[in-house]
Design a protein around this ligand. Structure first.
Ligand code: ADP
Ligand code: ASP
Ligand code: MG
Length: 815
């Protein structure tokens, strides 16, 4: 004999009930089967809602009742279109009118006792089991319904009654001794008290019904059929990457279900554990999937952590005070007080100083717990021996579970460091002495992030997910998105980095997709996106609360740069080609660096100097490996290099600058390049990264522009001065030419001081042959005193800048 239990979704529609019947039919060909069914999905909640509404004198209880009725009749009509001689609908109609009367009664007397509530919810299982059994009979299957209330006997602890196993086991054995039918349908969840009152076994209790019957009859196997393919590594609704666990021990399954894995009602394991009956969790919607076997099987040594679970709606109570230290009996009184109030304690931690005790309980009990404890310790509180109890709410418990964790070191270290890295604050920690479970109390809002982080850490160590939010999808941003799309597959396969773009924004609109924006159609999506604001983009990025989030700034906007601190404080990394933040006031630069360290959020800006060239990375590597920078000589402006490489006596300065602008080599305002400010910012950043406290005003900038060019108010005025002052620029050219020199705009850093300016470079110098928009940097260091370390290559352009940003993102991924 076998016991199969089908949950709410499995019997939640005519289509699914047909699947259930098919499964039962197949099984019953081999052996007699007992089938325990839940109420139709969602009905128990609706019954409770109707009861509450009626109790509160809310006439809407009738709407809820009608909804319950419609759901049942829709299913009946689909299952049995021609209701025969003994119509199912008549029976159901009668049952429902009983339910209607009960609700009317609750409405009239304005009261819903736990006893009445149990009577109310029992309609769910009663109806579902009847409909399924009758449908099977209608299809000429050997099926019979037995009311399990006649078999399962409990005490009168309504809503979660305790089973009297002596009476129950005898009843079950007795009933199934002489069995005529191949298939017996039992309503789950419901029972009777020894006094004959209707009781229930607790929410989710149909699993327990099935286990009780399986154990009483000592069957070969208990199958729990549900809407997922087994017990997963963690809640599959919250973690996409979760997968079914093939085999798991009773203890592990019990821990996981106690700590929130709803797929199995926690008391289910106990009756079958003693008899070593395996539980097989299967998916009604995918019957061929392997599912999970829960048994006394061998330990899986490859993975010490078997699963991660979470329970929500937790309140943390903290009892503390100097008067507690070393005085016995405090904990005893505390636990007794809660026990008298029938409050279940889910987690306990006590600091070894005995100065405080923390208890995790269900949030709904928080108020009554506080009142009871404050009153029990009234004297001690009055004498200031202890403080009034502190209650914190909106918390959750997350737990790592595994029988074999005790044989592995460093699991809790890994757990807490990966949570810490993602800025998830831990309020309390508990580790059972058996080391099968490590639990942490965290804020409810962080649960999804925590589960994903831990799942990645313990079950998908091989891949790291990076969640990217890009602001500014102009020329460079667009190239970046293209490059990400091209390389996505390669990165996943070769570097085990799973790169997803979650948010995109330009100055007008923004879009988000938590599962990753489709990079083939992002432009169309963005065109119809919501209105973009910088704060809106930040708020959304923050509220998604995804691990390894990276904000990518591809603008040259000051307001965007001003938001970096906010992002970093939320542990969101920042990658920027925008130079404004790094070249702003030294205090701000330092603050961002500090925040990056404190919140474990990388702040990378390689493209601030030399676009995609690895200049800052090289400089950082030199410094961390113990080298010291003596001086830096560099040509750092792709635009100025382009201008002076193309300017000669057969064209005009104006034309060349215009051309540089047209080819995208200059900033939107060319004065930023031509005045040397852009180069000054770059050498400033290199000087700062070399460890020097320096500001933009400290950099000596000898301008080469004409007086009127320097004074121009607008971009148009500036261009006009280039035309007017052509002779000024021709003089610069002629002077260099006469000495057989090339004009280069050079940045220098030496002994803590920096300067920028136009220089005449003689033949033979490494700068002399610098072509097009190339950049060059020469680092003279203690290790490279004579022959400098030279980095040279294209230092401007959308494609290389995008690839520099991309490299920073990958740097974070490889970390
Ligand atoms: P049923 O109605 O069949 O009893 P439940 O809703 O009680 O089903 O339990 C199944 C649900 O449990 C799944 O749909 C899933 O959302 C949730 N769940 C939470 N944690 C886990 C887990 N670790 N493995 C599988 N399911 C889980
Ligand atoms: N119908 C009950 C509930 O929803 C019992 C069950 O489905 O297991 O809690
Ligand atoms: Mg369930």
């Amino acid at each position: 004999m076998k016991v199969l239990k089908f949950g709410g979704t499995s019997v939640g529609s005519a289509k699914n009930i047909n699947k259930v019947i098919h499964i039962l039919d197949n099984h019953s060909k081999e052996d007699a089967v007992i089938c325990v069914v839940s109420a139709i999905g969602g009905i128990t909640d609706k019954l409770l809602l109707a009861g509450k509404q009626a109790q509160n004198k809310d006439k809407n209880f009738l709407n809820t009742f009608n909804l319950i009725k419609d759901i049942h009749f829709e299913i009946i009509n689909e299952l049995i279109p021609n209701d025969g001689e003994k119509p199912i609908s008549t029976y159901v109609e009668n049952k429902l009118s009983e339910l209607n009367s009960l609700l009317d009664g609750i409405y009239l007397i304005n009261e819903l006792s736990p006893k009445t509530s149990d009577k109310l919810v029992s309609f769910g299982e009663s109806l579902s089991s009847y409909i399924i059994a009758e449908t099977m009979k209608n299809r000429e299957l050997s099926a019979y319904r037995k009311n399990s209330q006649e078999l399962i006997i409990t005490n009168s602890n309504f809503s979660k009654a305790e089973v009297n196993f002596g009476l129950t086991n005898a009843n079950i054995k007795n009933y199934f001794k002489s069995l005529n039918q191949q298939i017996t349908i039992l309503p789950g969840f419901v029972a009777n008290s020894t006094l004959g009152e209707q009781t229930t076994l607790g929410r989710g209790g149909s699993d327990f019904t099935a286990a009780i019957v399986a154990a009483a009859l000592n069957v070969k196997q208990l199958e729990i059929w549900t809407d997922v393919s087994g017990m997963y590594t963690t809640n599959p609704k919250l973690v996409k990457q979760a997968y079914p666990i093939e085999k798991i021990s009773y203890q592990e399954a019990m821990e996981l279900s106690h700590f929130g894995a709803k797929v199995l009602y926690p008391p289910t394991v106990q009756p079958v554990l003693d008899l070593n009956i395996p539980i097989h969790i299967k998916n009604t919607l995918e019957p061929d999937a392997a599912g999970t076997i829960i048994s006394d099987g061998e330990l899986n040594t490859t993975s010490p952590v078997k699963g991660i679970s979470n329970i929500g709606n937790i309140a943390l109570l903290t009892l503390q005070g100097n008067g507690m230290v070393g005085i016995p009996g405090f904990s005893k009184r505390l636990f007794e007080t809660l026990s008298q109030e029938k409050i279940n304690i889910i987690l306990i931690t006590q600091a070894s100083s005995e100065h405080s005790i923390c208890l995790g309980i269900d949030e709904k009990d928080a108020e009554s717990a506080k009142t009871a404890i404050d009153s029990a310790f009234e004297n001690e509180i009055a004498l200031h021996k202890i403080d009034p109890i502190i209650v914190e709410t909106n918390l959750s418990i997350i737990a790592l579970v595994g029988d074999n964790m005790k044989n592995h070191q460093g699991i809790s270290g890994k757990m807490f460091s990966s949570l810490g890295k993602n800025n998830i604050n831990i309020r309390a920690i508990a580790q059972g002495a058996s080391e099968k479970n490590i639990s942490a109390v965290i804020a409810e809002k962080d649960v999804k992030k925590a589960l994903n982080t831990l799942h990645e850490q313990f079950f998908e160590i091989q891949t790291k997910q990076l969640n990217i939010f890009i602001t500014g999808v102009g020329n460079v941003g667009e190239r970046l998105v293209e490059q990400i799309q091209q390389q996505k597959k390669y990165l996943k396969e070769n570097l085990k980095i799973n790169l997803r773009v979650i948010g995109l924004s330009n100055s007008r609109t923004m879009i988000f997709d938590e599962d990753g924006i489709n990079l083939k159609t992002w432009k169309e999506q963005l065109a119809t996106g919501e209105k973009a604001t910088l704060d809106g983009f930040f708020e959304k990025t923050k509220s998604l609360n995804l691990r390894n989030s990276i904000f990518v700034d591809v603008t040259a906007n000051k307001d965007v740069a001003n938001l970096y601190a906010k992002y970093l404080r939320e542990s969101i990394g920042v990658v920027a080609c925008n130079k404004i933040a790094c070249s702003s006031d030294y205090k701000n630069y330092k603050l961002l660096k500090r925040l990056s360290l404190k919140y474990n959020a990388p702040y990378l800006f390689e493209t601030n100097v030399g676009a995609g060239l690895p200049i800052i990375d090289t400089l950082n590597n030199l410094i961390v490996s113990g080298d010291k920078i003596i001086s830096i000589q560099a040509v750092l402006s792709g635009s100025l290099n382009f201008v002076f490489n193309n300017y000669n006596d057969s064209n005009t300065f104006y034309d060349v600058v215009k051309q540089a602008d047209a080819e995208g080599y200059t900033e939107p305002d060319p004065r930023i390049d031509l005045s040397g400010v852009d180069v000054a910012r770059k050498i400033l950043i290199l000087a700062r990264e070399s460890g020097v406290e320096i500001n933009l005003e400290d950099i000596l900038n000898v301008p080469f522009l004409s007086e009127s060019g320097l004074k121009s108010d607008t971009v148009d005025d500036f261009y006009q001065t280039l035309i007017n002052d052509e002779s000024h620029y021709q003089k610069l050219y002629a002077s260099a030419k006469a000495k057989n020199c090339q004009l280069k705009y050079v940045a220098q850093f030496n002994e803590g001081k920096a300067n920028v300016g136009l220089k005449e470079i003689p033949e033979g110098h490494p700068f002399y042959n610098l072509e097009g928009s190339d950049n060059i940097v020469m680092f003279y260091t203690e290790r490279y005193p004579k022959q400098p370390m030279i980095i040279k290559g294209a230092g401007a352009g959308a494609e290389v800048t995008a690839s520099g940003l991309f490299a920073d993102i990958i740097r974070i991924g490889n970390d």
